[in-house]
Design a protein around this ligand. Sequence first.
Ligand SMILES: [Mn+2]
Length: 454
Amino acid sequence: MNLETPLQLFSDHFATISQRWNDALDQCAFDSAVIYAGEQAMYFHDDHGTPFKTNPNLLQWLPQDQIPEHSCLIVRPGEKPTLLFFRPIDFWHAPTLVPENHGQHLNIELFADSGSLFARCAEMVISDAKCAFIGEAQEVLLAALKNCAVNPSDLIHHLYFQRGSKTDYELETMQCASNIGVIGHLAAADAFQAGATEFEIHLSFLAATGHNEVALPYPNIIAQNEHASLLHYQHQDRTGAKHLNSLLIDAGGTFNGYASDITRTHVGNRCYSAEAGNEFAALIASMDAHQLSLTRAVTSGCHYLDLHKLMHKQLAGVLVEHNLLTCSADQAFEQGLTEPFCPHGLGHLLGIQVHDVGGHQINLKGEQAPPPASYSTLRLTRPLDTNMVLTIEPGLYFIPSLLEPLKQAKAFINWSKIDVLMPFGGIRIEDNVCVTQTMPRNLTRDAFALAAKA
Ligand SMILES: [Mn+2]
């Protein structure tokens, strides 16, 4: 796996990001912007806190996964941006490395204390009639900056809409994040079949990816058996389950701050019943075909809401084919019988943030397309455009609290079959897909194919 990023690819990316910011600042009549990295949050009455994550609006300018707290990037159309980089003299912590080889892109100034960094920042924008501050509000800095507009919505809308489509550098970076995530998935699947607990599967994922927990793009979801019916199951059992029915693992990798978001479901080799195991394996195969057909329907100009509806139509077919529903597929779709089996949206935008920004925004001005009431959890409603990266993650779950009410409604549900499959929890299969004019690029399947060759 080649994780080297060619310099030219990054230079082109930097030029595109600069152009986007220049356009946004011009359009919204700002002379300059201060992008603030943020600061370490502390727990209540404590001297340590949550892991620090850099403001993604700043992170996108540099090929690394962190810029230290208090750092600021000053952007002004037509000028080389200046990074005020916070590097305290500190014998408690190792300093974050100063970005190398980016002198051609940025002016970099180092500061050992935040007070002088903030003063320098204020000095740089003092003569601007209109300056925008982008980031978590910082009282001392904002007092020094005086008349800055804090996260002005017009500018934010402009920037967030443009973040939807990725540059070639971002696509290669996200391919690396997928490759790393897939290596973790392969190790996790092996550990599961060898009888590992959820916690041990988690450790095998970390060891294979080389990520510690802070580096993960989101907390691993490692759900065996019935736990797979909990969409964001957050624990990791330390005790082994009596039966190895199923594993649902939703876990990703990161590279240079960009995420992958991958889910796979496996049938175990020690199911509570061999026959039930075969039925669940057949259901996984049908869900895999269903998921692949949805990823192939992703194309520039199509509407994600239509794909989401197609997911429910196809899911109705799967439920009928496997005799979980006793009506026709059309009837199941029209009566909304698929919804308790899949209560979440088809997916979301992906980038530096796992649920990337701008999913409901339909233009630069910030007009929103909220999801329809019937599909209120849908995170993406804007028309798909070339180089957008999104997830396609259909699911089929046996969630007692959602199925129970249907018992009263006397719906067309084959309860004896549900009972057989309940101990498997559910299925989710999730790939990261890049929109093109023709066939989409599937970063996840490409990563699995690459790993199979190695
Ligand atoms: Mn996802």
